[in-house]
Design a binder for this molecule. Sequence first.
Ligand code: SAM
Length: 235
Amino acid sequence: KLSVRLETVAKYVPRDSRLADIGSDHAYLPSYLAKNGHISFGIAGEVAKGPFQSAEKNVMAEGLTEVISVRMGNGLEVIQPGDADCITIAGMGGSLIASILEDGKEKLVSVKRLVLQPNINAIAIRQWLVDNDWELIAEEILEEDNKIYEILVAEKGDPLRPYRDVPFETGLLVGPFLLQRKEKTFKKKWELEKKNWKRIYEQLESAASSVEADEKKQEVAKKINLVEEVLDHEE
Ligand code: SAM
């Protein structure tokens, strides 16, 4: 049985996709989709030997070796242009996900959809999407095992369209669709972030004053303000 987190990622993989799951670890996601007949071809990419071997073992055990190709390599190195039309990258930090996309840009020509699940720092992905003409088309937020996860879905298009009805900077930070929905889990996430940043702010205040500390303090204060606006503007 798949986690709710990966099930939600799976929900956004179009039927009959040629899927590349990068950082697949045990290959649960492509295996699940292949077993359900949702995809007829998948690639499970892994940079680390242990997870790569575990992916191979699971794909073999499930009898899916004809459908899922397990490949060892860094990021999008494991695919050739044209191999995949949907890419999933889940369970890593947003900056790492953004750098995998950036480093493998030339592999994205045939890719129609990206489904990305950053554990932290989703803003790095939203920024990358805007800079590279990918349009965010959906966002999800969910809580499982006391952790809050975001899922970002993007297709080639007008990268600024989702930000038309929201303040751009706030939209980048918290997600333009999530900002408009303001679900319970969303509010919980940003209450927690706010608390965390307030603690950091207080630490910076009690530290010896320096140019760096002042700059950092301003940065943190700005984030606190953005989040307070998001949380306080309640209808
Ligand atoms: N995607 C699975 C999930 O969401 O359950 C596994 C997530 S696991 C926490 C992250 C995996 O990404 C690890 O197995 C790690 O080896 C792999 N990884 C990290 N950087 C990578 C890269 N540059 N290229 C391919 N895999 C990478």
